[in-house]
Design a protein around this ligand. Structure first.
Ligand code: FAD
Length: 308
């Protein structure tokens, strides 16, 4: 179906995805494609039969890939897509660049993208998920996003095209984001680095940052944000209803609701995707029984369960 000699990057058939996700779970993708550069990606998508699904993947920090894997070509960007350039207050980063690297490089140049420092994803995932914390969001600073469409064309999108919402944005079906331009406020480099240091410490104090997780498991239930802003308060309220349901520390197989922060679902070492998703569903059930609230997943769950 797909000819590996037609590409310059790496195309691997039946590639397990567990080592590519933060939770370390996930069955095989039909194919994993790691393009060498934009032209390679364009040619690949242009030639790929229209009926084949693609799934762009960042560094898998917001994903549960189910144990049966993904019936798709997973596209994972690497070295050819991780450049970071600063021009005045504009920072342009490849989609594979890590949020933390972008924040640090921006701070070196006196540009404030500090909120990205503690988010463990890539720029592709940050734009798609409208990642944010400490009151700032990708939507606040994004000026332009460049994608390669499913047909292989390079297109620039505006923030309006992306229609940012809480932990969500719209990308055309099958599109792969390849770079994004952000505009940050000016700041003193040392102050910006100091602020990031404090934020990292705060994370380590309150969240299980050393464990295998995918960040906040559930969104704050609607109407429970005290400020009305889509920031950390959401997460706070989700952990509260989980605590009230007695699910802090609950386990299923190798999955556990973290004792340190009960809205973090962690892989203690031996969890399958079914354990993690099953425990999450158990939590939703218990929370509904105790408070009448239906929690919504924030972690994306993709792929097929293992067949019996
Ligand atoms: C410890 C921890 C703390 C976290 N804290 C926060 C936080 O404070 N705030 C927050 O917002 N999130 C947080 N997260 C969640 C996660 O880091 C973010 O959602 C992040 O933006 C996901 O980026 P990623 O590269 O890992 O994307 P992935 O998890 O790989 O993918 C997420 C989505 O983005 C899409 N995507 C990724 N790359 C591309 C691309 N190039 N083109 C098109 N689509 C793409 C995928 O298809 C998928 O739909 C946390 C996670 C962890 C593990």
């Amino acid at each position: 179906m797909i000819n590996p000699t037609d590409v310059r990057g790496r195309l691997t058939q039946a590639r397990p995805l567990n080592d590519l996700t933060w939770l370390r779970v996930g069955g095989p993708a039909d194919y994993l494609f790691q393009p060498a550069d934009i032209e390679d990606l364009q040619g690949f998508l242009r030639d790929l039969p229209a009926e084949v699904s693609i799934f762009p993947m960042g560094v898998g920090s917001n994903l549960i890939v189910r144990d049966g894997g993904l019936r798709a070509v997973v596209i994972r960007l690497g070295r050819g897509f991780n450049g970071i350039a600063v021009d005045g207050n504009m920072v342009t980063a490849g989609a594979a660049a890590l949020d933390a690297h972008v924040a640090r490089k921006a701070a070196d140049a006196g540009v404030d993208l500090t909120f990205l420092r503690t988010i463990p994803g890539s720029i592709g995932g940050a734009v798609r998920m409208n990642a944010g914390c400490y009151g700032s969001y990708t939507a606040d600073v994004l000026r332009k996003a460049t994608i390669v469409t499913r047909q292989g064309e390079v297109v620039d999108l505006t923030p309006e095209d992306l229609n940012f919402r809480y932990r969500q944005s719209d990308l055309p079906e099958g599109a792969v984001l390849v770079s994004a331009a952000f505009e940050g406020a000016s700041g003193d480099p040392q102050d910006l680095h100091d602020r990031m240091k404090v934020q990292l410490q705060k994370r380590d104090e309150t969240q299980p940052t050393k464990d295998r997780s995918a960040g906040s498991t559930f969104r704050n239930p609607a109407g429970f944000s005290s400020t009305g802003r889509a920031d950390d308060v959401h997460d706070l309220k989700a952990w509260k209803v989980i605590d009230d349901a007695g699910m802090r520390g609950a386990t299923l197989g190798g999955a556990q609701m973290s004792r340190k922060h009960s809205n973090f679902l962690i892989n203690t070492g031996t969890a399958t995707a079914a354990d993690l998703e099953g425990l999450g569903e158990e939590v939703r059930k218990k929370v509904y029984e105790t408070s009448g609230i239906t929690l919504e997943w924030e972690i994306m769950r993709v792929g097929d369960p293992l067949k019996e």
